[in-house]
Write a protein that binds this ligand. Sequence first.
Ligand SMILES: *Cc1c(COP(=O)(O)O)cnc(C)c1O
Length: 361
Amino acid sequence: MNDELGISQVMPPRITVDLSAYAQNLDAIRTRVAPAEVMAVLKSDGYGHGLLPIAHAALDAGITALGALDIDTSLRLRDSGIGEEVLIFAWLLAPDDDLTAAVAAGIDLGVSSLDELNRIAAAASARSDGRRARVHLKIDTGLHRNGVSPEHWPAVVERAVLVRESVDLVGIWTHIAEASDEEDTDAISRFHAAVAVAQAVGAEPQLRHLAASAASYFRADSRLDLVRVGAFGYGISPGGGITPGELGLTPVMTLTATVYASDDGTARLAIGSGDGISSAAAGRVSVAVNGRRFPVADVGLDWIGLADPNGELQRGDEAVLFGPGTRGEATLQEWADATGTIGEEIVTRLSADIPRSYPKG
Ligand SMILES: *Cc1c(COP(=O)(O)O)cnc(C)c1O
């Protein structure tokens, strides 16, 4: 049995990203949520699909707002040639962030506290060109992860209006759990109350947004001006037995690896936990080779052992771990359900070292 280390360098696993499927998914989502706008959420390297290829595919598909997560990622997007006609949203601010650079680059900033608001106002007023910071204030509607609490909300919106020479309050937003309908209904009404409080002190936010993938699809009352869609764009379904196909979506990522050894009823694939494959796959999922499924028996650091009792597999055979299902392979949803996780978790854990390719459809 050949299981020498380094085999994954010789026959590396591969991720194939179907950008035309991504564009079609975005079209389906836009149609579904119109007239609300769609922000394509890219955080974690385009959910593991590759930041810049995904961002540019979204823009080619007519999307005009990108959800970057943080300022570094936002600046990378601007530096890749994405002009200010495209809204780039960063909502996870860190103490050492270069807010001046973010304001200069016209990044929309999600603000969760009075302190953040003051720092952004200071960064904007220190600039000589009179350019204002674009701010979206976040109200905590019940998740308690971050956001301004309802008690502090009136003071923070008053402050935002007071510093309007340096801050343009373009948006009010929140994040909802999408766990139960009832909680989401409560969160949506708390959100509307917060918008009313802001308007009462003179704020005129044009973008009210709170929905991610699932809410944007299933709850018309959550769409408001803009929805922030990550998972569904990549064809990742919300679980609970709903397949992407039922939502009119196609999985965008295909993960393949190569058989490098076969002996004694076990074949080894050149991919393992070091590449981001969960050891929970052992005994729970199967991979497709030439349209037939072979169960995963073991997961090592840089190999996966497949049960091949009849010795059918040969060195060099290509195995599809997951994909759209067109070659007999499992879907990401099957992997997620079988290993007790969600699709986003699997794709974002895959190593950045796995080569991504973007074949032209
Ligand atoms: C990740 C994220 C989204 C997108 O969520 P999906 O369920 O993947 O669509 C939207 N908004 C915020 C604030 C997020 O962190």
